[in-house]
Design a protein around this ligand. Structure first.
Ligand code: NDP
Ligand code: 2IT
Length: 450
């Protein structure tokens, strides 16, 4: 290994030894950009890698709120402003009990390269809280969001940092956050948040964008291999925003989506998942996926067992779309998927495959659509929402969808070309890392030592 790279990896590991997810994300990116470093010996002297792995700023704050029973609760809020070389920090907010600094930093780090790949002027950031939205009333969600924004508002702005949704944060939460921001700042600054409702500054297609974008990217990846979605059996982990719209577009392209899941378990419906039922259960009623059986009794539900691979990966499929959370597919699940004949993996979630699983897929000739390229459609459409807010105008569904498709096609081409140029063949994971890294490294070099 290149001695500079080795030194940075060692130091990063030592400094952040208590942050496994962050170290995993760093290792994946840095090991694949080794051939770029050979062409740019000047990066060592300007400590480019040491700077890229250090967030520009981490904000951590107390979020007190009162539950429906009158009890005061306290959560921890975060915003990691990782890298602003390409534009205002941009990235989602995650509300989930597992949120900690390691998760925030891995997501923020990934976001730098993802946002660079979109070609749009957005830097990398991420935020969230260890708040658990499950089982909370609407009023509790609102009070939590208001308290969270009461602190966050001093750190964000349409030209400073623009949060959006992620796990546990959708249109409802963005609405409450936006309302509180507007109240405190006394300004209608539409571009301060994205994923807004369509009636107050949101963009058409933002809701669908991550899932649709994943499928657009994969369409190009499969096409380059003489393949397509038509007639393929697909399994999807997750049944949230990304999973639902990945399912919708994959079906439009002729795939048969046979399974979806949530954190409790998965449903298998061999004639094809009924997406209207999933939307009703998940987008409207906020229920468990198991309830699907009430409407479709011939489907099969399997509960996840602790310590075992998620049940959804036991189902035979040509294509697997992990759209739930990080490290969903570890080596054992990867081996099972390959044994069952999988030909392609589409990472809708952020870092859903462990580094060992990715290596295994690539060694076995399975195509991998890497998260930071394949799920960039969400943030890209967020940037289009910001553009529309600045123009005080909006584009039609067809206009935004066409721009999204073009962006995803270009991201695939950039990943493919970088992979080819640097000797990585069909390893689009390395290709995407290199393409994203080159853009950000160039901007950081131009802006001097900051
Ligand atoms: P949602 O909150 O809408 O859905 C998350 C889904 O994943 C739910 O079905 C959830 O099940 C399931 N899940 C299973 N295990 C876990 C777990 N341990 N932690 C959290 N969720 C779990 O989130 P999104 O669909 O927005 O996000 C899914 C993934 O896509 C995340 O990795 C996110 O970072 C990534 N992503 C999202 C983008 C967006 O625009 N929303 C853009 C790019 C990436 P349950 O309800 O049981 O918790
Ligand atoms: O991981 C992601 O790219 C997101 N959650 C979307 C971020 C955004 O700003 O739209």
């Amino acid at each position: 290994m290149d001695s500079y790279l080795e030194k940075v990896l060692k130091e990063t590991n030592e400094k952040n030894s208590h942050e496994p997810e962050f170290l995993q994300a760093v290792e994946e990116v840095l090991t694949s950009i080794e051939p770029v470093l050979k062409r740019h010996p000047e990066y060592k002297q300007m400590a480019l890698l040491e700077r890229i792995v250090e967030p520009e700023r981490i904000i951590s704050f107390r979020v007190p709120w009162v539950d429906d029973a009158g009890q005061t609760r306290v959560n921890r809020g975060y915003r990691v402003q990782f890298n602003g070389a390409l534009g205002p920090y941009k990235g989602g907010l995650r509300f989930h009990p597992t949120v900690n600094q390691s998760i925030m930093k891995f997501l923020g780090f990934e976001q730098i390269f993802k946002n660079a790949l979109t070609g749009l002027p957005i830097g990398g950031g991420k935020g969230g809280s260890d708040f658990d939205p499950k089982g909370k009333s609407d009023a509790e969600i609102m009070r939590f969001c208001q308290s969270f924004m009461t602190e966050l508002q001093r750190h964000i702005g349409q030209d400073v940092d623009v949060p959006a949704g992620d796990i546990g944060v959708g249109a409802r939460e963005i609405g409450y956050l936006f309302g509180q921001y507007r109240r405190i700042k006394d300004v209608y600054e539409a571009g301060v948040l994205t994923g807004k409702g369509l009636d107050y500054g949101g963009s058409l297609v933002r809701k669908e964008a991550t899932g649709y974008g994943l499928i657009y990217f994969m369409r190009e990846m499969l096409k380059a291999d003489g393949q397509s979605f038509k007639g393929k059996n697909v399994i999807i982990s997750g049944s949230g925003n990304v999973a639902i719209y990945a399912c919708e577009k994959a079906r439009e392209y002729g795939a048969n989506v046979v399974a979806m899941s949530d954190s409790n378990g998965c449903i298998y419906d061999k004639s094809g998942i009924n997406l209207d039922t999933i939307k009703k259960l998940k987008e409207v009623e906020r229920l468990r996926i198991k309830e699907y059986l009430k409407y479709h009794p011939s489907a099969v539900y399997t509960e996840n067992k602790p310590g075992e691979i998620p049940a959804v990966y036991n189902i035979k499929a040509d294509i697997a779309l992990p759209c739930a959370t990080q490290n969903d597919i570890e080596l054992q699940a990867a081996e099972l998927l390959v044994k069952n004949g999988v030909i392609a993996i589409g990472e809708g979630a952020n870092m859903p495959c462990s580094n060992e699983a990715i290596k295994y897929f690539i060694d076995k000739g399975v195509l991998v659509a890497p998260a930071k390229a394949a799920n960039a459609g969400g943030v890209a459409t967020s940037a289009l929402e910001m553009s529309q807010n600045s123009m005080r105008y909006f584009w039609t569904f067809e206009e935004v969808d066409k721009k999204l498709d073009d962006i995803m096609t270009n991201i695939f081409k950039a990943s493919q070309e970088s992979a080819k140029e640097y000797g990585y063949g069909k390893n689009y994971v390395a290709g995407a890392n290199i393409a994203g890294f080159r853009r950000i490294a160039k901007a950081m070099k131009s802006q001097g030592i900051i």
